[in-house]
Design a protein around this ligand. Structure first.
Ligand SMILES: Nc1ncnc2c1ncn2[C@@H]1O[C@H](COP(=O)(O)OP(=O)(O)OP(=O)(O)O)[C@@H](O)[C@H]1O
Length: 256
């Protein structure tokens, strides 16, 4: 079994006249929390979108757990083993909390999402097990008591936990979190940090975009810093924090 969960090489993406990503490469080892940071507009979300099949890169190659991987449709990406959350939370607002997690689990079941909609016989047979697993995940992220509430009624922090539970339900090789702490208060951030630590301790591998530098530096094993689509630095949090180019990008004349 390879120790590298994700290897991305030479990814570039241009939007018209704007080079959003230039030759970006990262390697994430099993069990790591890997941070992607950089000023606004640096290309972090574009990288996530390329990785999860929302944008087609102009160049680049990908390996997931030692196998060549081509990011295509979002559903296929989840099947291949990458689950993600979104900067702007994307839940099924009118469905219950439990149902939102069950949808994630259907990626791994034979009857699939269409089976769940059509309520085929094989779906019904699987449904009980799926609901039990979904409930376990709600307990894991700490929101089991809201299982029957509509997703839209949860607090912001709890909606982010629900997105994480749904991502975990797909049993991912890599879980990609897009600004999970955005909009959270200090207490919620502490709880989020504990949750991410627990997910890592349970053997998962995590890629994280985050603006909260303190959170990134405390959580991540390694970090890549992007600026104007270029990789400014890569290394441990302590290494990148000392890098003059990184200091310049954050505090310098970049105006962002
Ligand atoms: N679909 C698109 N079409 C055109 N330009 C885009 C598109 N998506 C992103 N961009 C541009 O690419 C650049 C990188 O954007 P991106 O959202 O990846 O940055 P980011 O690092 O995630 O920023 P933020 O921290 O603000 O979310 C920006 O200049 C943005 O305007």
């Amino acid at each position: 079994m390879t120790d590298t969960i994700l290897k991305v090489s030479g990814v570039s993406k241009r939007f018209g006249g704007l080079q959003a990503l230039s030759d970006v490469g990262i390697e994430i080892k099993r069990g790591q929390v890997y941070g992607l940071i950089g000023p606004n507009g640096a290309g972090k979300t574009t990288f996530f979108n390329v990785l999860t099949g929302l944008y087609t890169p102009d160049s680049g190659s990908f390996e997931l757990a030692g196998q060549p991987y081509t990011p295509t449709a979002v559903h296929e990406v989840a099947k291949a083993g990458i689950a993600r959350t979104f900067q702007n939370i994307r839940l099924f607002a009118e469905m219950t909390v439990l149902e939102n997690v069950m949808v994630g689990r259907h990626v791994r079941t034979r009857s699939g999402i269409f089976g769940s909609i059509l309520r085929t016989r094989s779906f019904k047979a699987e449904e009980k097990a799926i609901a039990e697993r979904a409930m376990e995940l709600l307990e894991y992220v700490g929101i089991a008591k809201y299982a029957d509430y509509k997703a839209r009624t949860l607090s912001y922090g709890d909606q982010r936990r629900l997105e994480i539970a749904r991502a975990l339900a797909t049993d991912p090789k890599l879980i990609a979190l897009d600004e999970p702490a955005a909009g959270m208060n200090a207490t919620e951030k502490v709880q989020l940090r504990e949750l991410i630590d627990r997910i890592r301790a349970d053997g998962r591998t995590i890629l994280l975009i985050e603006h909260d530098v303190k959170l990134v530096m405390g959580l991540c094993d390694r970090v890549t810093v992007l600026d104007y689509g270029k990789q400014l630095a890569e290394g441990t949090p302590a290494e990148v924090q000392k890098n003059p180019k990184v200091i310049e990008a954050y505090l310098g004349t970049g105006g962002h």
